[in-house]
Design a protein around this ligand. Structure first.
Ligand SMILES: NC(=O)c1ccc[n+]([C@@H]2O[C@H](COP(=O)([O-])OP(=O)(O)OC[C@H]3O[C@@H](n4cnc5c(N)ncnc54)[C@H](OP(=O)(O)O)[C@@H]3O)[C@@H](O)[C@H]2O)c1
Length: 321
């Protein structure tokens, strides 16, 4: 978990940028809420005295206080009521229990930013009785500032509110604003759940390298460096990945042999099936949260499931850093 000693953060200079001077309330200060808090403090977008977190567990509250020097209260309504920007980072199954606590204290001029998987702005807006909402979907590399977040703002969110959102999400890595909220649900299956696919593939490669004969620590280094280098190469070259793959696939060579085995095993089909399963589950969660039923219980961080139409192409995306 990304954390810095409080002594360092307390000594940080006054915050600058779009979040300077605003009060931030964090409801659901778990892994991702903490990653966002740590990122904003680390980048001096916020100072600790601007933040109030709420947490029901005393040990967790003490950890947040000691590590970041922020105020931590028990009541979610207190963290939300005193803030200009309210970040909701709860698990989907907890959200329906907390929404009634927040609704009475929210004021029209506040901005609510939610990263709750499957929570649509329609469900949040109705439950919170609040129209200015940003729905964002980050991913786990956000914990080291190298994530990608896809976000959507309801039409009433002001330019200043969007600037605050950009500032907050910049602490997590790259952020991509979309004009169609449906793309946040799609991104839940692609980038939100994406690290899960990648981690499983990394694990399979490491196990295979051990099977071939490498010590596990050597196999891990070789595989992780290969993943990182390949992604960086693809990004920097700007070429189609099939072209990069073709460059290393000689006739009758080792790559050709390996690719034939991967295709026989149905890699593309199984990857496609996995992503659709995640997308369908996202839509199921959305439906459950809109109905106010507790079907969100099977959810994980970015997980999804249910029957869905093909999303097709929707709206425009704008990347910020
Ligand atoms: N982790 C990711 O990479 C990721 C990526 C994209 C989106 N998300 C979304 O982000 C949200 C949070 O995920 P997470 O991984 O950070 O989960 P998490 O670590 O479980 O964080 C949620 C926090 O909320 C606390 N909480 C529970 N009940 C509460 C209540 N009534 N009032 C206030 N706080 C309460 C939890 O406390 P306890 O520890 O005591 O349960 C926990 O600290 C989820 O909706 C997830 O879908 C996460």
């Amino acid at each position: 978990m990304a954390s810095e000693p409080v002594s360092h953060l307390a000594a940080s200079p006054a915050a600058a940028g779009p979040l300077a001077g605003i009060r931030v309330g964090i409801v659901g200060a778990g892994a991702m809420g903490e990653a966002m808090l740590a990122g904003m403090l680390r980048q001096h977008l916020l100072s600790p005295d601007q933040v109030v977190c709420s947490h029901p567990r005393p040990a967790r509250a003490a950890h947040l206080r000691q590590t970041y020097g922020v105020t931590v209260v028990t009541a979610n309504a207190q963290a939300a009521g005193d803030a200009d920007l309210v970040l909701i980072a709860l698990k989907p199954q907890v959200l329906p229990h907390v929404v009634p606590e927040l609704a009475p204290v929210l004021r029209a001029e506040q901005l609510v930013v939610s990263i709750v998987a499957g929570a649509s702005t329609r469900a949040l807006g109705r439950g919170l009785r609040h129209p200015a909402i940003v729905r964002a979907m980050p991913n786990t590399p956000a914990q080291i500032g190298q994530g990608v977040t896809v976000w959507y703002a309801t039409p009433v969110v002001t330019e200043a509110g969007k600037a605050c959102t950009r500032g907050m999400l910049a602490a997590l890595g790259r952020a991509v604003e979309v004009e169609d909220e449906g793309q946040v649900a799609m991104a839940t299956a692609v980038s939100g759940t994406g690290p899960t696919y990648i981690f499983l593939f990394i694990e399979a490669l490491i196990d295979a390298a051990v099977h071939v004969g490498f010590a596990r620590h050597v196999a891990r280094d070789l595989v992780l460096d290969t993943m990182q280098g390949s992604a960086a190469f693809a990004l920097q070259s700007g070429r189609h990945v099939a072209e990069l793959r073709d460059m290393v696939t000689s006739p009758g060579g080792t790559s050709a042999e390996a690719l034939a085995a991967l295709e026989r095993g149905g890699l593309r089909t199984v990857v496609g099936d996995a992503m659709w399963a995640a997308y369908r589950r996202t839509l199921q969660l959305e439906e459950a949260l809109e109905r106010g039923t507790p079907a969100a219980n099977r959810s994980g961080a970015g997980g999804a499931g249910g029957d869905a139409p093909h999303p097709g192409s929707r709206g425009q995306a704008t990347a910020d850093r």
